[in-house]
Ligand binder design. Structure first.
Ligand SMILES: [Zn+2]
Length: 302
């Protein structure tokens, strides 16, 4: 999840449509934004929180009620951690822009223990592929220090290149195969694909087959896509025998309810066994993150 200020996606409250059944159609790319923002067919809309405090407090409320522990990145990470240190595993965001920490600073930050995970790597939003040379020094440091990494490979906002700030987004960057040479070059790297590289299911299964240590998370696709689109996608991963490498993610940004809505979707999925649900909601992440027995016990109140 992310820890963001309330105005992260624009002046609050910002709507979020749960399970879009049919996306609007635009006459041309130039008219896409107008078309999208005037669409009123959403069946279940939630609104973002209005203040920074509300985003944090509502998120924490749900985390306590559902016993959630979360990898968290974003501008408010330190503040949230100060309020609830035992709930969060801090992660360092990477945006592929001038504000990113250099590879040397990344090394120092991780050696200092300030962060435990590197991500979300948001290079895809800048049109930059996982195998781009700009990322290579980072992969090397993260491999050397045994730091788990999450990289966004999958959906960006629909019609992104026709919206300001996302002009460099391209459909071909959904391909998880762009990660393959990175995996070969850095065999000890621990990496997970955020958003499970939707909709490239065949490429994803090939990648998971050839590289049996790559995990995925199901954040955003679990709440954005129509119910059948998400279920069919997850089912393909499960049926292929890779259910022990799928991790729950909420992509909570300024909509705390996403946490609850997503957990309910997994709990109610009729194609998952209770064990598979438990693996997706906890066990797979605990293994991927190499949590200690003490930390796992603490999460279970033992
Ligand atoms: Zn993402």
């Amino acid at each position: 999840m992310h820890a963001n200020k309330a105005d992260f996606a624009g002046p609050p409250p910002i709507p979020y449509c749960i399970h879009v059944d049919e996306w609007p159609v635009s006459a041309t790319g130039a008219e896409w934004m107008e078309t999208l923002f005037s669409d009123t067919t959403c069946k279940r809309e939630i609104m973002s929180q209005k203040t920074d405090e509300d985003v944090m407090n509502k998120t924490l409320q749900i985390m306590k009620r559902r016993n959630v522990y979360a990898v968290v990145s974003g501008r408010m990470t330190e503040k949230w951690q100060a309020v609830a240190p035992d709930r969060f595993i801090p992660s360092l965001l990477y945006r592929s822009d001038k504000n990113d920490a250099s590879p040397d600073s990344v090394r120092k930050l991780f050696l200092s223990g300030k962060y435990r995970v590197f991500g979300e790597i948001m290079a895809q939003y800048k049109g930059i592929a996982p195998n781009d040379p700009s990322l290579d020094p980072y992969w090397a440091v993260l491999e050397e220090l045994n730091i788990p990494v999450g990289i966004h490979i999958g959906p960006t906002p629909i019609g992104a290149p026709y919206m300001p700030g996302w002009e460099k987004v391209r459909a071909r960057l959904h391909s998880p195969l762009l990660l393959e040479e990175v995996l070969i070059k850095h065999p000890r790297l621990r990496v997970y694909i955020m958003h499970a590289a939707w909709p490239m299911i065949d490429e994803l299964l090939a990648l998971m087959w050839v590289h049996p240590h790559v995990y995925v998370d199901i954040s955003s696709i679990i709440t954005d896509l129509s119910k059948p689109a998400f279920s069919n996608y997850l089912k393909r991963i499960i049926d292929a025998g890779f259910g022990n490498r799928v991790m729950y993610g909420s992509d909570q940004m300024v909509w705390p309810e996403l946490l609850d809505i997503g957990i309910n979707i997994i709990e109610q999925a009729d194609f998952l066994t209770p064990k598979q649900k438990r693996n997706i909601l906890y066990n797979n992440a605990a293994r991927f993150l190499q949590l200690s027995k003490e930390e796992i016990d603490r999460h279970h109140g033992r």
